[in-house]
Design a protein around this ligand. Sequence first.
Ligand code: DQA
Length: 144
Amino acid sequence: KPIYILNGPNLNLLGLRQPEIYGRETLDDVAASCAALAGDLGLGLRFYQSNHEGVLIDWIHEARAEAAGVIINPGAFTHTSVAILDALNAFEGPVLEVHISNVHKRETFRHHSYVSLRAEGVIAGFGTEGYLLALRRMRTLVGS
Ligand code: DQA
């Protein structure tokens, strides 16, 4: 089964919005780097982005049957969404949480994550490289 990488709101603007915080790489660039690494690691990959909470929840439900693990950058839903936490709690495989920026260096409302209550691990502040680090960790978590 593949790994799902799910991206939440505004991440479609990666590379364009606040590049001083999020860098110049686009989400397409990230998807391409992740696909290359997943290939090297022998993992299948589905890479998705939505600005809509319900769409992200539907993908997490789909992951119950279709995915070996979920890597999620929930964007601002990290700090607000009990519904995404509940959906992840209904998924039985490993979950890793990624943030491009170091949320702990930013506003206090970014310091709390609902998703961290479910995630096996969290990466924050490693830029877009965090997705690649999470994929490597996922390789270990899902075994061979
Ligand atoms: C983010 C951090 C969130 O606080 C923010 O709302 C985002 C992106 C990150 O990747 O650093 O949209 O998840």
